[in-house]
Design a protein around this ligand. Structure first.
Ligand SMILES: Cc1ncc(COP(=O)(O)O)c(C=O)c1O
Length: 365
């Protein structure tokens, strides 16, 4: 079976470096918020082109703490998309705010800037675009609206490590950029981990307080906070892996271009990279007409596929209060039954890539 992903392959290649980094942490005997976290924050901020980065426990925490640090909470509305992973919405709910869903652009699957203005009310505080599948949302119109209407822009960069928009890195355009290092991400830890990027020194300090029970110095708490600390083991793994991120992204793009060429005349819709963006191909999402049959046939041919995501937010049971926003979400509803993700990970062999192309071509005629 050609797997959808295989993290063990990556570990085998970089085992010596990762093991050495982890051993340093064990030998030092300091496990939470230490020198590895600080080094990783500096390195990742530099990578994104921001002044600060604050390591936290997960991607959802990065989003949640961003909202809290900006004072977004009960009674406030946050504009985001329904075509996303549920944690985007979990963060809004955790903050106590109300999600307002807008549709996505049918070509890039990212937030449609056209709908935003009509959804702004006097309670709107933030716009939360998701750089879904590894391609940045169309940020300029979003930033322009936000500036004019005094709203915060919080970027969900959980899938967008290294992706760019008009040459700017994901995470460097909003007031904060929120990253997940869930193991399968383009830069993945070996457990849960996340990070917030920002150019605002005060916000960075506040985020550091919020992640550690609101304390300014040990046992002195000036605000109420949370426990969302990045641990040294995860930071050590991430530091060891960060130098390879660009080459992994390049390999993902190479795989995507082989898929694009191989499937150009097949009866599928391949992903579109907007000319002003650099897609990191966290996911390679195609559209097919009979998805269930397609997935079954591919499975029979030894290719594992996945769906990101089978149920959009307004159709999730837990978010039934957003169901009445369906009238704004026609593209999302149109795409959702047709999307399917093909295997894409840097350690895929060329034979595997070509076998996926052959399998898709053979079942789509
Ligand atoms: C778009 C998106 N936002 C947020 C998250 C949340 O990240 P985490 O799982 O690290 O909390 C994820 C990943 O799961 C994601 O894909």
């Amino acid at each position: 079976m050609i797997p959808f992903g295989d993290l063990a392959r990556q570990y085998q290649i970089y085992k010596d470096e990762i093991d050495a980094a982890v051993a340093q942490v064990f030998n030092r005997g300091w496990y939470i918020l230490g020198e590895k976290v600080e080094q990783f924050e500096i390195a990742f901020a530099r990578y994104c082109g921001t002044q600060y980065a604050v390591g936290v426990g997960s991607g959802v925490d990065a989003l949640h703490l961003s909202l809290v640090s900006l004072g977004v909470g009960a009674g406030d509305e946050v504009i985001t998309v329904a075509n996303t992973c549920v944690p985007t919405l979990s963060a809004v709910s955790l903050a106590g705010a109300t999600p307002v869903l807008v549709d996505v652009d049918p070509a890039t699957y990212t937030m449609d800037p056209q709908q935003i203005e009509q959804r702004i009310t006097d309670r709107t505080r933030a716009i939360l675009p998701v750089h879904i599948y590894g391609q940045c949302a169309d940020m300029d119109p979003l930033l322009e609206i936000a500036q004019r209407r005094s709203l915060f822009v919080i970027e969900d960069c959980a899938q967008a490590h290294g992706a760019t928009y008009k040459g700017k890195k994901a995470g460097s355009m909003g007031v904060t950029g929120c990253f997940s290092f869930y193991p399968s991400k383009n830069l993945g830890a070996m457990g849960d981990a996340g990070l917030v990027t920002t150019n605002d020194a005060k916000l960075a300090e506040k985020l550091k307080q919020l992640r550690n029970y609101g304390q300014e110095q040990r046992y002195y708490h000036s605000i109420k906070g949370f426990n969302s600390r990045l641990d040294e083991l995860q930071a050590a793994v991430l530091l060891a892996k960060l130098p390879y991120l660009d080459s992994w992204n390049a390999r993902r793009r190479e795989i995507a271009s082989i898929y694009n060429r191989g499937l150009a005349d097949a009866k599928v819709v391949c992903p579109v990279e907007a000319s002003d963006r650099w897609h990191n191909y966290h996911l390679y999402v195609i559209q097919v007409s009979n998805r269930e049959r397609f997935q079954g046939q591919l499975r029979d041919l030894g290719v594992q596929t996945m769906i990101h995501y089978p149920v959009p937010i307004h159709r999730q049971e837990a978010y039934s209060e957003t169901r009445d926003q369906v009238r704004y979400l026609a593209q999302t509803d149109m795409l959702s039954p047709q999307i399917v993700s093909l295997p894409i990970f840097p350690e895929m062999t060329n034979d595997e890539i070509l076998s996926v192309v052959e399998a898709v071509r053979s079942v789509t005629g």
